[in-house]
Ligand binder design. Structure first.
Ligand code: ADP
Ligand code: MG
Length: 460
């Protein structure tokens, strides 16, 4: 039972959150109306209850077909840090840093100390994320080549390396592969991998506690700084300011900087211009959704690594069903593996369909013209009603054309149906819109990036 729940949860949470918070929980028992799970510390119980209880409940309800209460208990005779109620909120804040890693070979100094009180495993550069375990295909070969170059010659090839792409497409994997490779070759290199939100939280805490100098030393005297999901510093003035100086200090010393983001630098709203231009100084490597062949190769490789015998037709079925998120591909495999080990039933497509029913239901979400209009409007800072209006200003027509094009591409709607969704325009207007978008897509790189980015947002 629990292994199935884990299978689903692993597809719903980020890898880091899953392994840091959810996977370490132990299943205790299940009764008619509740499920008991244990965690090693009070601290962990607080976090799990606060952030993950809902998704766990939801998943259990779905798998069981009825609602069960989730009880989380602390099970550890050696819980070193009984968190008293009045310092709990403080703890929660500083320990957002739990996801981060500081590898410092020469000293196991202070950054680790504040974590030492917890029994949970500290999330480090995951040894799973290597170049060997990364499958290269059309969709990611460019980013991969950039990452490899940087890993082999940090600080001297592309600086910064900026990797961008949609959710679950391998950005974190590539970044950590860089870190792992450098660490292997040079174990005394100071490598810091951190989610940008952790960077932000640490900075805020440092400011609050008068420890900003310590914070700066920590990030400015490193050999390699890997900051994941940098888009989250947008709109945060103080963080951007601090990061700007960090960036300059490191870049000036030819220390390698690697950044990842779900968007191209130009597309990140509320990002300071001076940062945006710096992000474009080095190499920008994009990762696109994988094609079928790459998805199959990934499935094969992962199946091999967990020693799962995956029939080719089943692999093909999964690769086709999962549109563009590699994390979901993995989730399917884990689930199938659990099922296979528990039951020993032969894997056929029918079996797979029922084992993966809820995951497939999620991914078969039908995209509607509403979804598309909403995303296009949001992207261009317009209202959905503007897209449906008679107004033919250049700006509106531009956005309207994009939305029409995406309706044609991503839905099964006919041309007249599309026209109706845009304030009753006729089908020749729609044809014209689609053609003009296609022409521009093929001739204008900036437009191409914009369109792909909107499409990604709609798909996710
Ligand atoms: P992102 O950071 O872009 O959201 P991740 O790096 O976390 O995505 O990737 C999601 C999962 O998919 C990870 O488990 C990762 O190992 C796996 N993955 C992504 N791309 C590849 C690839 N090309 N080959 C093998 N595994 C991959
Ligand atoms: Mg990531």
């Amino acid at each position: 039972f629990w292994i199935n729940v884990l299978g689903v949860l692993s597809t719903k949470l980020t890898e880091q959150n899953f392994y840091t918070w959810v996977e370490p929980m132990r299943f205790q028992q299940k009764s008619e109306d509740d499920v008991t799970l244990s965690v090693p510390s009070r601290f962990m119980k607080d976090i799990v209850e606060k952030r993950y209880l809902e998704v766990i409940e939801e998943t259990v309800t779905r798998l069981e077909g009825k609602k069960l209460a989730i009880r989380i208990v602390v099970d550890s005779g050696e819980d070193l840090s009984p968190v008293s109620d009045n310092d709990a909120p403080e703890k929660l804040q500083t320990d957002q840093g739990e996801d981060e890693l500081v590898l410092e070979a020469e000293s196991s100094a202070q950054p680790h100390q504040r974590h030492a009180a917890h029994t949970m495993s500290h999330h480090v550069l995951s040894p799973r994320y290597t170049f060997e375990s990364f499958v290269v295909g059309n969709s990611n070969e460019f980013a991969h080549a950039g990452a490899l170059a940087v890993a082999n010659k940090p600080g001297t090839t592309y600086n910064p390396l900026f990797v961008y792409g949609g959710v679950g497409l391998g950005k974190t994997h590539l970044m950590q592969a860089i870190g792992n490779t450098i660490f292997q070759k040079k174990p005394d290199a100071r490598i810091v991998y951190v989610q940008s939100e952790v960077f932000t939280n640490e900075m805020i805490n440092a400011l609050k506690n008068g420890k900003i100098e310590e914070f700066r030393r920590r990030y400015r005297y490193v050999d390699v700084l890997l900051i994941d999901d940098i888009q989250f510093i947008a709109g945060k003035d103080r963080t951007q300011e601090e990061f700007f100086h960090t960036f300059n200090a490191l870049h000036g010393e030819k220390k390698q900087i690697v950044l990842s983001s779900d968007k191209f630098p130009r597309e990140i709203p509320d990002l300071e211009e001076r940062l945006r231009s710096r992000f474009e100084w080095g190499l920008i490597g994009d990762i696109k959704p994988p094609d079928l062949e790459t998805k199959l190769a990934i499935l094969r490789k992962k199946a091999e690594s967990i020693e799962l015998d995956l029939p080719q037709d089943v692999a093909l079925f999964i690769a086709k069903a999962i549109k563009n998120n590699i994390r979901e591909l993995e989730g399917c495999l884990n689930r199938i593996n659990a099922f296979n080990q528990l039951t020993g039933v032969d894997l056929s497509i029918d079996v797979i369909k029922s084992v993966l029913k809820d995951i497939l239901m999620d991914t078969e979400r039908v995209i509607s013209s509403d979804d598309i209009q909403r995303h296009v409007a949001q992207y261009h800072n317009l209202r959905v009603n503007d897209l449906k209006s008679k107004n033919r200003s250049a700006e509106l027509s531009y956005a309207r054309h994009i939305a029409m094009y995406l309706c044609r591409k991503l839905t099964n709607m006919s041309l007249p149906q599309i026209g109706r969704e845009f304030g009753g325009r006729d089908h020749s207007t729609v044809v014209h819109a689609i053609k003009s978008v296609e022409a521009r897509y093929n001739s204008d790189d900036k437009f191409k990036i914009e369109l792909e980015s909107i499409e990604n947002q709609v798909m996710n």
